[in-house]
Design a protein around this ligand. Sequence first.
Ligand SMILES: C[S@@+](CC[C@H](N)C(=O)[O-])C[C@H]1O[C@@H](n2cnc3c(N)ncnc32)[C@H](O)[C@@H]1O
Length: 235
Amino acid sequence: MDHARYDKRRYPIVDVREGYAEWSRTYEQTVHDEMDVRLLERLRSVDWPRVRVALDLACGTGRIGAWLRRRCPEALIDGVDMTPEMLALARRTGAYRALHVADVAATGLPAAAYDLCTQALADEHLSELDPLYREAIRITRPGGAFVIVGYHPHFLMAGVPTHFDRASGESVTIRSYVHLLSDHVKAAHGAGWSLDEMDEGLVDEAWLVKKPKWDVYAGLPVSFAMVWRRREAAR
Ligand SMILES: C[S@@+](CC[C@H](N)C(=O)[O-])C[C@H]1O[C@@H](n2cnc3c(N)ncnc32)[C@H](O)[C@@H]1O
C-alpha cells in the first residue's frame, strides 16, 4: 500500500535514489541505533561468530556492516545498495569486502553464496516484498538466514513516513509503502523461508531521551526484526 493514505506530514515526496543521495550528508547523525541495532542485539537464533560470508542488503552508509564486522569477526561482508552516495560512505567504514550498486530484488550475485543476508530499514521503500524475499533466498545457502529489520508498519500507519531535512531546512519524504507484518510472512513463506524468530521495538524511555517530541507516539511499535531460515532448496 502506498503510504500516502496514512501520511500526516504531507511533505513533498522524492524517489529513493534522489532522497538518499541527498540524505547521505546527514544520515548517520539522524538515524538512531534504537531503531535497528537494539533489535539485532536481542536476537538469539543467529550464531553470529560462525558466519563466514554475509551480505548486507540496502547497506546504506554501512551502519549494519560495521555492526556485523564486530559480531562476525571471521566474516567476509559484502554490501548492496542502489544509491552510490550512500555506498561511498559505506566504503569508508572498511567493513566490506565488496560493495555493489544494485537493487535488492535483483542483486546479480551468485546463488547460494551467503551464510547470512541482512536488510535494515529499507523494506518500506519497496513497492512489493515478494521480489526481495525471492532474491534473498536465492543468494542464501541452504541452512542460512535472512535477518530483516524494518520500520514498523504501525508507525508508518500512525502517519510518519521516512523523511529527512534538506540543507535548505525543508522536510521531504522518501517514497514509502506500508507492508503489514502478515505481508512479510506471506512473501517470505511464498519464497520458501521459515520464521525462526521475531521481535518488535516500542517507543520507550530510551527513544524519548533522544526524541522528546515522540512523546505523542510513546508505546507504539516503531521497528521490527525477523529471522528467516532457508531450510530447503529455493523454489
Ligand atoms: C534508511 S537507509 C538504511 C541503510 C542501512 N541499512 C542502515 O540501517 O543504516 C535505506 C537504504 O536503502 C536503500 N534502498 C532502498 N530501496 C532499495 C532497493 N530497491 N535496492 C537497493 N537499495 C535500496 C537506499 O538507497 C538507502 O541507502
